[in-house]
Design a protein. Structure first.
Length: 298
């Protein structure tokens, strides 16, 4: 839900045409702060793994996210990003061994349809670079989620988050200096917006996000990301005075329904297998077999 404010903050409060700078400032200071607090660095094989996750979850993802936010309407960028759960569903089968359930597919389709209703059709021609950036953004996050679940983490949650933010920021820094440079003038509003994206949008949001990735099925956690366009639309209504039509309300409801549908398997209580086994052992025929052989069969 915090990430849903990224579009508003980017378009209203940051310097124009500085997507890489916005991504770098969001990632690098917050990552270095967490590394200094935890005093923990990756070792061995985790140096390479942390770098891969840092690029997928932070570096390339942030860069593509801000490019899409600058070059596309926020709703369209969110609509393209809503394809992410479908990508996660496809990757989770070969990489995690998770079974593709009809309920998960239905939840993904419901969520994407809800985002489509929420943002509506674009009245202007879409920028192809922005569309490609939004698709790449969804692919990076999808693969990052799956690999995070596959590899786990060797350190505390805060340190693990700091590694990825710092390495992702270091990936972005030379790109920023090469292609954009630094702005000649930064206002107090710009600094405040950067601080919000850094502390709230990165330190807080990514820490709880990676905890959720650990605890939830891959598809379920990716569908939670669809709350972002819902929040973006609500902020557009409250802050910018944008209209909110009945189809948009239906779209928001469909997104929430898809999220709930994906969570249902994890909320269902486990079947009482031990009790059933106990009852099976105590059936009359079973007791007779035990008395006769002395050892119950498997």
């Amino acid at each position: 839900m915090v990430w849903g404010s990224t579009y508003l903050v980017t378009t209203e409060f940051l310097p124009e045409n500085r997507p890489l700078l916005a991504a770098t400032v969001r990632a690098l200071p917050s990552g270095l702060l967490l590394v200094l607090i935890t005093r923990s660095l990756p070792r061995g094989a985790w140096i390479g793994r942390a770098a891969v996750l840092g690029v997928l979850n932070i570096g390339a993802f942030f860069a593509l996210l801000f490019v899409a936010a600058y070059r596309l309407p926020g709703g369209i960028a969110a609509l393209i990003g809503s394809l992410q759960p479908m990508l996660v569903l496809g990757l989770a089968v070969p990489l995690l061994g998770e079974r593709a359930r009809g309920r998960d597919l239905a939840a993904c389709l419901l969520g994407t349809a809800g985002v489509a209703l929420l943002v509506g059709a674009s009245a202007t021609a879409l920028d192809p670079v922005g569309v490609a950036a939004a698709l790449g953004c969804a692919g990076c996050m999808a693969l990052g989620i799956v690999l995070t679940k596959r590899w786990g983490r060797p350190a505390g949650l805060v340190a693990f988050t700091g590694w990825q933010l710092a390495l992702g920021g270091l990936f972005l820094l030379p790109l920023t200096l090469l292609f954009e440079g630094l702005p000649q003038r930064v206002t107090t509003v710009n600094l405040t917006a950067y601080g919000y994206l850094c502390l709230v949008g990165a330190v807080f949001a990514y820490t709880v996000w990676f905890r959720g990735v650990e605890r939830l099925p891959a598809v379920a956690v990716s569908l939670l990301g669809l709350l972002s366009p819902v929040v973006a639309a609500l902020l557009g209504l409250v802050v910018l005075g944008q209209g909110f039509t009945p189809p948009q309300l239906a779209g928001a409801a469909a997104v929430l329904a898809g999220i709930v549908l994906a969570q249902l398997p994890s909320l269902r209580p486990a079947r009482p297998q031990r009790k059933e086994s106990h009852e099976h052992r105590n059936r009359p025929g079973r007791r007779h077999q035990v008395r006769r052989t002395g050892v119950p069969s498997a």
